[in-house]
Design a protein around this ligand. Structure first.
Ligand SMILES: Nc1nc2c(c(=O)[nH]1)N[C@H]1C(S)=C(S)[C@@H](COP(=O)(O)OP(=O)(O)OC[C@H]3O[C@@H](n4cnc5c(=O)[nH]c(N)nc54)[C@H](O)[C@@H]3O)O[C@H]1N2
Ligand SMILES: Nc1nc2c(c(=O)[nH]1)N[C@H]1C(S)=C(S)[C@@H](COP(=O)(O)OP(=O)(O)OC[C@H]3O[C@@H](n4cnc5c(=O)[nH]c(N)nc54)[C@H](O)[C@@H]3O)O[C@H]1N2
Ligand code: SF4
Ligand SMILES: [Mo]
Length: 687
């Protein structure tokens, strides 16, 4: 049976089968992966039968110990306590935290549930931690945000690709096949597996990419590579950008970033020489307190070279989570309504309210962003109850010890999950839900293509789908049941209607068209005549702003929020390894993956190790102003000497997020996961 991998936004096509009762997986001929999967995709079925998989609701009794409970008891209890919190503290005292792994149907219904059944403005999701900065930059520049505004397969014909802060050789291995023929220019403080395959590797200090991008733009203009005709016809705002970039001569950019001027020249010349070139950004440039401006600076570079909206060239960002794209379009983001509409736009409110059959005035406005929401839990005026669907913030949120304290301060924490994640372990009520191979739905991949997720088998006894959980809660909160369909197709049809006319218009996409194998990229509006073919390539004729032009953004460099000091002289940056996914809640339950990457490490340059008395294989204490992480030292002579790296997939005292500082980007509210000041010292277990 054809479906897609449960993990990342590449959404590799898979074929599921059953052998001796076990689920088997193999890659399909789907164009993004054509016959390949990464190790996580190959082993995904084993999470379906994880030994500690949740199979019955759990509620915590007076003595604080969780015990199994029936569904009616669990849902009645949640509804009763939500009503009590709401009666005492108001509707905004109940909050919802969603995830970019949820199907479109779940994300849509979760947003509707929050606004109607709970009447709360306090809903946001983990996508805020993921690529909200590039989304904000793309919306400003192009008038619409679709991670890749072109199909992945277009990359295969590129001559040069600049990859800034992305490590797809580990985070999306099958994507690398499409990059094989291009010369890669990789911008990463680490010599990653991706950088090893690059024609040119620029190694800036963490948090300095904005200066680097300004330096590259400076060179592009100074060397006569500005595409003047394109800039005049298809863009606005170049002069204001140049008035800043003019001051970023390459030697100045070198001083700030550590990237030699000669390498900056080489990078620009490669891009400018190519007939088909792409600029792609990942979390490395986005997860900063200036991530939006940094992504914008790379967009500026792409615009100056005339790449976006030209066939065979472009700018894009590599969306991360399975439904990272769809998850940010259908209303679980606090400032949005379905169809990628703004919740403060009166016309959008009226449209969506009509589809929902309510008065527009009854819809709440925007609430707090993800970290601000977590930070406010249990405080005066903050939410007192939280429902979590599809995230594990105890491990993945910045300043994790503080976030864990805030979660503990709640009157009620409810977590819907299929495994006992670290966050579920803290919950008052845990609701066991179905997994990918047990449910129907749609996902929107990094190229804006809407895909069908199909059920091979029913969920185990005692387990419900997220849609059933939302329905059960809504009805108990006094909502009419028909507002919360449990059939994914019915939810999708409502989503189509709600998205019609919005930026992410799905109204012309149907389950039947997807079943027939059509490749449908949004926007795909409903038509009265021949069906709309979808839009694999955006911007070929015009950008999505009313005047059809792209906007340069006049940005300038600023330092990371936390400078290094004598006491904390190193930059810590964080990210991913191939064999673990996100907070690890799923992949840490797969034996093969744990064998490949079973514990947290801190990557350190040998000179740095010598300076601080560290040895390969030894445990070290990495500490920032927030707290300390205990990690095993891994020496790597290709790393910068001023930087250490930790993956964030591990729990307990191995959480990289015990270190990170929640300095937020002013526009996207994205936290600064990618740089903070630390020291590293040998760690001895206290006896
Ligand atoms: N194996 C695996 N694959 C995944 C995931 C996973 O958890 N595991 N998660 C998925 C998700 S949700 C996402 S968002 C994507 C993320 O995919 P990527 O963006 O590729 O992943 P990261 O490892 O977070 O960051 C990429 C690189 O940024 C570098 N970096 C750190 N700081 C800086 C900096 O200041 N500047 C620059 N230029 N680079 C910097 C890091 O060294 C790292 O190599 O991966 C998806 N795929
Ligand atoms: N230091 C540092 N921290 C980071 C990052 C970083 O680079 N560095 N990256 C950030 C990024 S990009 C991301 S995307 C976040 C991700 O971090 P998280 O939001 O914690 O993501 P996951 O680990 O995927 O958590 C998903 C949880 O939901 C469950 N789940 C999966 N699918 C479903 C579903 O359909 N329904 C329900 N109810 N549950 C489901 C899983 O079992 C798991 O427990 O981490 C962020 N944190
Ligand atoms: S690259 Fe992503 S979608 Fe493909 S198999 Fe690996 S985790 Fe799954
Ligand atoms: Mo992400």
């Amino acid at each position: 049976m054809a479906t897609h991998c449960p993990y990342c936004a590449l959404q590799c096509g898979t074929l599921l089968g059953r052998e001796h009762g076990a689920v088997t997986v193999r890659p399909s001929a789907f164009p993004v992966n054509s016959g390949r999967l990464c190790q996580k995709g190959w082993t995904a079925p084993s999470v379906l039968s994880a030994p500690d998989r949740l199979r019955a609701p759990r509620v915590r009794d007076g003595d604080g110990r969780p015990r199994p409970a029936g569904w009616d008891e669990a849902l009645d209890l949640v509804a009763e306590r939500l009503r009590a919190v709401r009666a005492e503290h108001g509707a905004d005292a109940v909050a919802v935290f969603g995830g970019g792994g949820l199907t479109n149907e779940k994300a849509y219904l979760l947003g509707k549930f929050a606004r109607l059944a709970l009447g709360t403005s306090q809903i946001d999701y983990n996508g805020r931690f993921c690529m909200s900065s590039a989304a904000a930059a793309a919306n400003a520049a192009f008038g619409v945000d679709r991670g890749l505004p072109f199909p992945v397969t277009d990359l295969g014909a590129a001559e040069v690709i600049l990859l800034a802060g992305a490590n797809p050789a580990e985070t999306m291995p099958p994507l690398m096949r499409h990059l094989d023929h291009a010369d890669l220019v990789v911008v990463d403080p680490r010599r990653t597996r991706t950088a090893e395959r690059a024609a040119l590797h620029l190694q800036p200090a963490p948090g300095t990419d904005l200066a680097l991008a300004l330096g590259l733009l400076h060179i592009a203009v100074a060397e006569g590579h500005l595409d003047k005709e394109y800039v005049a016809e298809r863009t606005t705002g170049f002069d204001a950008v140049w008035s800043r970039a003019a001051a970023w001569w390459p030697e100045r950019a070198e001083r700030v970033t550590g990237v030699p001027a000669a390498e900056q020249y080489e990078a620009v010349r490669a891009l400018a020489r190519a007939r088909r070139a792409y600029v792609l950004t990942g979390r490395g440039v986005e997860q900063h307190s200036k991530g939006t401006d940094t992504a914008a600076a790379f967009v500026n570079l792409a615009l100056a070279l005339g790449l976006p909206g030209r066939r065979g060239s472009g700018y894009g960002t590599l969306t991360g989570q399975g439904n990272g794209q769809g998850g940010r379009e259908h209303g679980q983001k606090t400032d949005q309504l379905p169809g990628y509409r703004s919740i403060t736009d009166p016309e959008a409110r009226a449209r969506v309210a009509k589809v929902w059959g309510v008065d527009p005035g009854s819809l709440p406005g925007p609430g707090r962003s993800a970290y601000e929401l977590l930070d406010a839990l249990g405080t005066e005026g903050g939410p007192r109850a939280l429902l979590v669907f599809g995230s594990n913030p105890v491990v993945s949120a910045p300043r994790a010890a503080h976030v864990t304290e805030r979660l503990a301060a709640l009157d009620l924490l409810v977590v819907a999950d299929f495994v006992p994640s670290e966050t579920a372990a803290m919950a008052d009520v845990v609701l066991p839900v179905a997994q990918w191979a047990e449910e129907e739905g749609t996902m929107t991949s990094l190229e804006g293509r809407v895909l069908r997720r199909r059920a091979l088998l029913p969920p185990p006894a005692g387990v419900r789908t997220d849609l059933e959980v939302l329905h059960g809660l809504a009805v108990r909160l006094g909502e009419p049941g028909h507002r919360y369909p449990t059939d994914p197709r019915a939810v999708f049809d409502e989503l189509r209607a709600a998205s019609a006319g919005g930026r992410a218009d799905y109204s012309g996409i149907t389950y039947d068209r997807l079943e027939a194998g059509e490749a449908l990229h949004w926007p795909c509006p409903r038509t009265s005549g021949a069906p709309h073919p979808g839009t694999p390539r955006l911007f070929l004729d015009r950008f999505a702003h009313p005047d059809g032009r792209a906007r340069f953004a006049a940005v300038d460099h600023r330092e990371p929020a936390e400078p290094v000091t004598a006491d904390r002289p190193l930059y810590a940056t964080t990210g991913r390894v191939l064999a673990q996914y996100q907070s690890g809640a799923q992949t840490r339950r797969v034996p093969e993956l744990n064998e490949a990457a079973g514990e947290v490490f801190v990557q350190v340059h040998p000179d740095t190790a010598e300076r601080f008395g560290l040895e390969e294989g030894q445990l070290a204490l990495v500490s920032s102003a927030r707290g300390g992480t205990v990690a095993r030292v891994r020496l790597d002579g290709t790393l910068r000497t001023d930087t250490v790296f930790l993956p964030f997939h591990f729990p307990g005292r191995g959480r990289a997020n015990l270190l990170t500082r929640p300095a937020l980007d002013p526009v996207s509210r994205m936290p600064e996961f990618k740089v903070c000041a630390v020291r590293v010292e040998p760690w001895a277990e206290p006896s």
